[in-house]
Design a protein around this ligand. Structure first.
Ligand SMILES: [Zn+2]
Length: 422
């Protein structure tokens, strides 16, 4: 027996470890109450901090007063920008212009995806001497980002986008000369230097999330986990991250949502909140390294034409898209590794490790259907989408996310997904 035979390695396994990379990650500080460590984390980068928050919720929360008192006590100077709604290039440029002569040492973003994206973009532009539209993909001037980025700490107060660990800031706005009624663009300012230095994942900060935010952001995280897990860009690293994220989300998302709808005291869902906070963070790490799939491809087209919030769009489409992907793989690529990924995800989400692959995929689809209903996802028609809009949505859905879908979907298959969600 030769040495090669003594430890046989399956060909598929050997191939999986041949070539992949891991993008830069922030330092992660995880645990309830750890927002208290923020002054110490800030002080490592300087004495003056710019806080970027949402317009209301964090400043209205019990966490705001102790935080600013702790910054004062630590002798740190702070100043504040509030972000109402989705951040625009004008908001980012305005915040930067007001501080360019005397920029802060560090930017801390505390809030949902919009506040974190605004903070990330502001930190990127404070010292670069450029403006957001110089670098915004698709609609900008296409100039290379010169850096340097100001250090950035991300403190999410929702569980969803994964923006705390990604290198892109999504900004929305209207181009000069756009016809009235045209929905705003949503484009990314993207650079590895924009990745946060530190992320504080303190699930106590998520206690005030209303049910609609838990549902929309949670379905975004779930979609990002499932799409990166089945992506053609998946690697052993993203497999591990997506798997732990799916395990965390499995019981937590419906439980946290149901408890909040029922008005249960926030302490009762502390464990579910912490699990979803981790699941969302994993979804960001996984998508940044593996890419996404058809749900995000279609949602990009949908969000560009209709006022559909990103997470709600993902939640509306996830079950139908997964069903279409599984059917397409079974008929055209029965040997695809994505089919066993869907089965693995089914065993995790349905909580039954003993299921055969086929039954596990059925369990996945049944679980996604049940969560879509339990989390009260709307229908496309609720956002004004009409059957006559479908061909254009299909045509616009083939962006970068669609390219890592586990199988190339035909136009009719994408139209079928939209029709099933109408
Ligand atoms: Zn997403």
């Amino acid at each position: 027996m030769g040495a090669d035979d003594a430890f046989p390695v399956a060909a598929s396994q050997a191939a999986a470890f041949t070539s992949f990379g891991v993008a830069r990650l922030p330092r992660l500080v995880v645990g309830p109450g750890r927002i208290a460590e923020l002054p110490g984390l800030v002080a490592a980068y300087g004495q003056r901090v710019l806080l970027v928050t949402g317009a209301r919720s964090f400043r209205a929360s019990a966490a705001w007063a102790p935080l600013v008192a702790a910054l004062d006590e630590a002798g740190l100077g702070w100043d504040h920008v509030a972000v109402a709604g989705e951040p625009s290039p004008e908001l980012v440029d305005g915040a930067v212009a007001a501080r360019r002569d005397d920029p802060p040492d560090i930017v801390v973003g505390i809030g949902g995806g919009s506040a974190l994206d605004a903070a990330k973009a502001i930190a990127g532009l404070l010292r670069s001497g450029t403006v957001a539209l110089d670098h915004l993909e698709g609609v900008g001037r296409g100039l290379p980002y010169p850096g340097p980025a100001t250090p950035f700490i991300a403190v999410p107060t929702t569980a969803g986008t994964g923006s705390e660990v990604t290198k892109n800031a999504v900004l929305s706005g209207r181009l000069p000369g756009a016809t009235p009624g045209t929905p705003p663009f949503k484009k990314s300012f993207r650079d590895e230097r924009l990745v946060a230095q530190v992320v504080v994942l303190d699930a106590d900060l998520l206690a005030a999330c209303p049910p609609a935010v838990i549902a929309g952001d949670g379905m975004d995280a779930l979609t990002q986990l499932l799409e990166s897990f089945t992506s053609t860009g998946a690697s052993p690293f993203t497999d591990a991250i997506a798997r732990t994220g799916l395990e965390a989300a499995a019981g937590a998302l419906p439980a946290w949502h149901a408890a909040t709808v029922a008005g249960a005291p926030p302490e009762s869902s502390a464990a579910a909140r912490a699990a979803m906070s981790w699941a969302a963070c994993c979804s960001g790490i996984a998508l940044a390294n593996a890419g996404l799939g058809a749900v995000h491809g279609i949602v990009a087209a949908l969000g560009a034409a209709f006022p559909v919030p990103h997470g709600i769009g993902c939640g509306m489409l996830l079950a139908a898209t997964t069903r279409a992907n599984v059917a397409a793989l079974e008929s055209r690529a029965p040997g695809s590794p994505a089919l066993s990924r869907y089965a693995d995800a089914g065993r995790i989400l349905a909580g039954d490790r003993g299921l055969t692959d086929e039954h596990a995929r059925d369990a996945l689809l049944a679980t996604l259907d049940a969560w879509t209903t339990a989390l009260r996802m709307p229908r496309l028609a609720d956002f004004g989408v009409r059957p006559r809009n479908l061909p254009e949505l299909v045509a616009e859905s083939r962006g970068s996310s669609m390219r890592t879908n586990p199988i190339l979907l035909a136009d009719e298959e994408i139209a079928g997904i939209l029709a099933a969600c109408h």
